[in-house]
Write a protein that binds this ligand. Structure first.
Ligand code: PLP
Length: 367
């Protein structure tokens, strides 16, 4: 049996009939940028996230950079971010002229330790926050956002992994000035290329992000600020529009798979699945557990045809690019946890027989 970590080929087979006419319609129209498909997607995203505006851009990374830049923070502003995330959660802070302040995690969820964050906020050691909803569950920002409001600290939510997830019934974005999405092919709503979006209730931020997206253009060949060229093309917008109709069903299937993994691995000494916080509906973008003797387990799974991954093997404060911001910084829990986390394959097209194979290979390894 061969079980790759991702199976976009299977997803394409199931979508082919719906995708073909939409793709050809874009190509035939000749409007491959700024077509009505782009506007339609923005309307749907704004509705889905219950925000006034959605602005699509070329990547989740650009969404984060543009959001942070649009806040107009003074240079060198200290921005709190978890040390366990994709690189862009923190590199965007640097690109906006600010300084990342890396925060340790709770190993049970791998989400940012909000107690630690609150302490730093009260000590005035952070002046803005990027809250990352890692692996597909929302970080609890209730108390953080109350405190942030008192102190005037803006929050950006990084929901690149959290489309479809809710907390107390609400989608990501309830606490943020702006919320960032990614349509990278590996995400739960993936383009056939790169893409991202910003959703926000703030008119001024939406306007500013739209200007940054295309050279500061305000019409009639007038460029009000030096911006970028970060568009989502019409082909990708049409693809995402088709896929949006399926994200609920895919999420239900991933929830089934996650429940099976948790149930079958509960008795397996050697692994410990991550927890979902009360009030959270997880989207199961990733299924992550802590594994003893991880390197050996990866090898064992690999020889049984199962491809796994690690998200992420190096905490951000240990990445060379952040050395200037993490001098002698020690975050013991994330450093420890990074050695044991393991991501198992999880996608709607994964078959029951494949899930069984994976769990029995793991059970077999630990005896
Ligand atoms: C994927 C991802 C990003 C960046 O999105 P891209 O579309 O790849 O630029 C940012 N933050 C997190 C948490 C991500 O998973």
């Amino acid at each position: 049996m061969k079980i790759p970590f991702m199976r976009l080929d299977r997803q394409f087979s199931s979508l082919r009939k719906q995708l073909e006419p939409r793709l050809f319609a874009v190509l035939e129209s000749g409007r491959v940028l700024q077509s009505p498909d782009v506007e339609r997607l923005e309307t749907r995203l704004a509705e889905l996230f219950r925000q006034k505006h959605a602005v699509v851009v070329n990547s989740g990374t650009d969404a984060l950079i543009f959001s942070l830049v649009s806040l107009g923070l003074p240079a060198e502003t200290k921005v709190a971010v978890t040390s366990m995330s994709f690189i862009a959660s923190a590199s965007a802070i640097v690109h906006s002229g600010c300084r990342p302040v890396f925060i340790d995690v709770d190993p049970d969820t791998m989400l940012m330790d909000t107690e630690r964050l609150l302490a730093l906020m009260r000590a005035r050691k952070v002046d803005a926050i990027v809250g990352v909803h890692l692996y597909g569950q929302l970080i609890d920002l209730d108390e953080v956002s109350r405190e942030a409001q008192k102190l005037g600290i803006p929050i950006i939510e990084d929901a690149a992994q959290a489309l479809g997830a809710t907390r107390a019934g609400k989608p990501p974005g309830a606490h943020a000035e702006a919320t960032c999405l990614s349509f990278d092919p590996t995400k739960v709503l993936g383009a056939y290329g790169s893409g991202g979006a910003i959703v926000t209730d703030r008119d001024d931020l939406a306007t500013h992000v739209r200007r940054l997206r295309y050279h500061g253009h305000v019409g009639k060949r007038v460029y009000e600020l030096c911006g970028y060229n970060s568009q989502l093309d019409s082909v990708q917008a049409a693809v995402l529009d088709v896929k949006l109709d399926h994200v609920d069903a895919w999420q239900r299937r991933r929830a089934d798979i996650a429940a099976t993994y948790s149930e079958r691995l509960a008795a397996c000494r050697g692994v410990r699945c991550l927890k979902t916080l009360p009030e959270n509906q997880h989207n199961h973008h990733k299924f992550v557990l802590h594994a003893e003797r991880r390197a050996e387990l990866i090898e064992h799974l690999s020889s049984a045809g199962v491809q796994t991954s690690v998200h992420y093997s190096t905490p951000l404060h240990r990445q060379p690019c952040f050395a200037p911001y993490a001098d002698e910084l020690s975050l013991p829990r994330v450093e420890q946890a990074a050695q044991t986390i393991l991501s198992l394959p999880i996608y709607a097209e994964l078959q029951d027989s494949e899930v069984s194979h994976i769990t029995s290979v793991i059970a077999d390894f630990y005896g």
